[in-house]
Design a protein around this ligand. Structure first.
Ligand code: HAM
Length: 425
């Protein structure tokens, strides 16, 4: 075992498998860009209080999983466990809510949660997220969900389902909470479950243990106790999704791990991943802006998609792709003078937009040709003392084995033509 290991619970991504990671991130952000979401770069750490207040003190994320430390100025800061609070902080701080609404933003990058590491559950997790802030229109709920769905589909995923629910407004909940609490009080629950019920009774409904499931089978459900406004909003979201052809199942027991949710909530679940099946989730958070000190009280909705889990889902479905070739042209120098010349030619070809790599380290023609083959390049440029003296370079087409001599004085243009021709073929 090497002396240093990545910190526990942190996945390393390196070639060739990192190609899947890049594809997932780029495909998801591209789907968001097509719907008009602009890029936002969030700080990796923020004031601890932002997450405590935004995400909620009673959540596992805040109470057990945050990477919190005092910086050298003795301020309490926390590595971001999620993106929504930071986005809202940025919107409020820079007055983005005074401009065109909704504010539509997209972010990607690492988030940090001190969880028990296992396959698909990491301490540094990667997300692509979007947030649309400033309108309560059910059509935008459907848009946010459809963007995620489109992203998954573009990646070639099919084995996932969308679970949908509504948590109603903050005003809908106390009455229902009381109903549920009374129901749960009548059950013979164990101590730990009872304690969880006291913090958030909804979480007991999400308990996966069969004996708890059975006991709560007849529990009152929030979906049956929504106010008229919330029920109408939810119906409109479903109608839009129906028209968009985005399939969903209603899961009245859907519980999200963050406190800010209101009305529409959803999760994308993949069946090929075992316990860590949530590949993305999100929902509406109508009180968050006010909660974080905003002057206005604008509503918002968004999603966070787990890039790591989406990569696992691609592999589980067998639609993960081979790494695309990292270069189009590979230089094979024989001798110091040839190498010196190829280094310059490589730089010129790169400046012309052609991806080029070289055999470094003087390993001889056989080793260098092997490296050229492995690189996935279409062409090898073979240059030795003799070719140099004759003012030419051998260009070998690695796909069909043909070879031709190209003049050194015109090599960049000639290669450009050959590459263009091979791309058309
Ligand atoms: P979340 O459900 O906590 O929501 O996380 C979103 C996604 O991140 C999850 O569905 C999962 O795929 C991935 N994820 C979370 N924790 C881990 C982990 N430990 N290891 C691997 N993947 C993980 C949020 O973070 C909200 N900010 C989403 C949102 C945006 N809601 C509204 N706007």
């Amino acid at each position: 075992m090497s002396e240093f290991q990545a910190p526990r619970g942190i996945p390393d991504y390196y070639p060739p498998r990192s190609a899947d990671f890049t594809r997932v991130r780029n495909t998801l952000t591209a789907a968001a860009a097509l719907a008009g979401y602009g890029h936002i770069e969030l700080p990796v750490f923020e004031d601890t209080a932002l997450f405590a207040r935004g995400v909620g003190e009673s959540t596992d994320v805040v109470s057990k999983e945050m990477y919190t430390f005092a910086d050298r100025g003795d301020r309490s800061v926390t590595l971001r466990p999620e993106g929504t609070a930071g986005v809202m902080r940025t919107v409020i701080q820079h007055g983005l809510d005074r401009g065109q609404l909704p504010v539509k933003l997209c972010y990607s990058g690492p988030f940090f949660r001190y969880e028990k590491p296992q396959e698909g559950r990491y301490r540094q997790l990667q997300q692509v997220g979007v947030e649309a802030i400033g309108v309560d229109d059910p059509a935008i709920d459907a848009e946010v969900i459809a963007v995620a769905d489109e992203g998954f589909r573009r990646l070639g995923l099919t084995g996932y389902r969308l679970e949908l629910s509504s948590l109603g407004t903050a005003a809908d909940r106390p009455g229902y909470r009381k109903l549920l609490q009374d129901f749960l009080d009548g059950l013979d629950l164990d101590e730990a479950t009872r304690a969880r019920a006291a913090i958030n009774p909804l979480r007991v409904l999400d308990d996966k243990r069969p004996e708890v499931r059975e006991m709560t089978a007849a529990a009152p459900l929030l979906l049956d106790h929504l106010s008229e406004e919330s029920a109408e909003h939810f119906a409109a979201v479903r109608e839009h999704l129906d028209r968009l052809g985005v399939a969903y199942v209603i899961n009245p027991r859907l519980v999200r791990g963050l406190d800010y949710y209101t009305k529409t909530t959803f999760e994308f679940v993949h069946d090929g991943l075992g316990a860590q099946s949530g590949i993305g989730g999100g929902g509406r958070y109508d009180g968050l802006m006010r909660q974080l000190g905003g002057k206005q009280d604008l509503s918002g909705i968004g999603f966070g998609i787990g890039v790591d889990r989406t990569v696992l889902a691609l592999r589980a479905e067998g639609v993960a792709e081979e790494e695309p070739a990292r270069c189009r042209v590979f230089g094979v120098p024989m001798g110091a003078a040839a190498k010196s010349e190829l280094v310059v030619i490589a730089a010129k070809l790169r400046a012309a937009g052609i991806a080029v790599d070289l055999a470094y380290g003087d390993r001889g023609i056989k080793g260098a040709m092997k490296a050229a083959d492995r690189s996935g390049a279409t062409f090898a440029l073979v240059l030795g003392e003799r070719e140099l003296a004759e003012g030419g370079v051998e260009v070998k087409n690695l796909t069909d084995g043909t070879q031709e001599r190209v003049s050194l004085s015109n090599v960049v243009e000639e290669i450009r033509l050959l590459v263009a021709e091979s791309e058309r073929a």
